[in-house]
Design a protein around this ligand. Sequence first.
Ligand code: ZN
Length: 559
Amino acid sequence: MGMVLANAKVYTCADDVTSADAVVVEDGAITFVGDLHSWENAAGLPVYDLGGRTVVPGLIDSHTHPSMVAQSFWHVRLPWTTDVDEILDFIRDYAQAHPRDEAPFLYFEYYPSATFADNPPTKDLLDTAVSDRPCLCQDFSEHEHWVNSKMLELMEVTRDTPDPVPGLEMFVRDETGEPTGLLRELVHLHFIDTLYEKIGWTPPHELTPERVGRFFRFMTEHGVTALFEALVADDEILQAIAELDRRGNLNMYYEGALRFRNVDDLPGVIALLKSHRAEYASKHVNVNTLKLFLDGTNEIGNSAVLAPMCNHASADHRGDIGMETAELTRCFLLCNTEGVDVHIHVVGDRSFRTACDAVEAARTEIAATGDVWRIQVTLAHCELVDPADMHRPAELGIIVNWTTHWSGAYFGEAAKKHLGDERWDRMYRFNEIAESGALLTFSSDVVTSYELHRSNPLFGMQVAATRVDPEYPLSPSVYPGSARPETDARLSRELLLAGYTINGAKQLRLADKIGSLEVGKVANLCVLSADLFEVEPRAIGEIKFDAVIFEGRVVAGSL
Ligand SMILES: [Zn+2]
């Protein structure tokens, strides 16, 4: 059992092999990488002439959300337009093509937040497209929802219904108090069970192997052979993954993370993590990471920042932080004792500094006791980092994870009103962090099926290499070529490929097995239709995965 991939341009991502034209695979492992003339095919393995095509290691998505995507497959994607008639026509056609008994509740995502700027949408307007069943449309910011009359009726929401959280989670109302059909935040979730009961239907949220498998299938077809799930809500996903693995349909190394919120709930979460590990850990599956949200987002203005937010009611508002240095230090000490890695959502420059300070304090304290620092801390997002802190991940052994397809303008200019122009311009800078010697890993962080297509790592590489989002371009009249400032923050392909391969393997603690093409490693690799390093940066996303090989088997495409 094996194969020879010959006449290839091989990027090994290994330190000691710089160039190779062949990879030999036997029994699922790599047994040779180099110049084929120096190797003899004694076993008579089949030889595939790749005609000069590119081979890279199997790719690694170091922060994504299989569970959330699998639970959103029943949502329907709207065309991306601010033309209200086009949106309504789409909804009307969809409802006609999918009658009520087939689709008892229609959930559409997303309409651009700017669609109804001066003229908020109403239930009557949506009724013109569908009125025989409940219908909800979510705006792109996910903070507003537009529903029809049937939905309000089935939720039993009337002018007499009080708002659950006035000012925040609420129904927009007309002058008589009648809900207009525009909802703020997830207010409908307070009433949705009534609706489900009345229509005798609930959304298909169970994480069945079929639904979860659809996510994994997409990843496999796009070269991903290992991934990190940044939030495991319960063990339903682990059961589904174990079942996929039993059926031979996983084709992926998987690491999952459980969430903790503070130092008090940490011991309980660690105990749960250990029990999940005992039950589900296998050759392909592990759960040995904890996830913490240290702050919010720049777009909503609740990230934790060093200098005050702009345009805030309080002049010295610096956002919100989940815990301060002392508590986070105690968390690291406990995780170090238990040998559990930590993955932290860090968006603003204050939470980045707090996380670095806490790692530094914990490492100092551990060194003083003669113990060793054995855990790995990964900071995800890191959208705004103070120049004075750029070198700290390297010094402290912190891995920095970045979601490459956000590098353009996926979130538009929404953060500007909170951060101001100067800080907005220096968001998403990772070259300084990498140049100081820290490991960068890359990811898709997709949370809904709407954006699943953006988790193609080559698409992410393209956006990070150009700072241009081909789907959501910035106005070219303001930003030349639609490129997000500063253009010197574009990432090199060397950095991108390393982050998607060997560095990702280090984050997942699998670098002894995967992440590079070296003798003795598992044969996970991708055959690409074009050379990643030779196409124009703006064409990287068009490269196809001709074949994806997992443990020596072709699991997508063909040779
Ligand atoms: Zn995430």
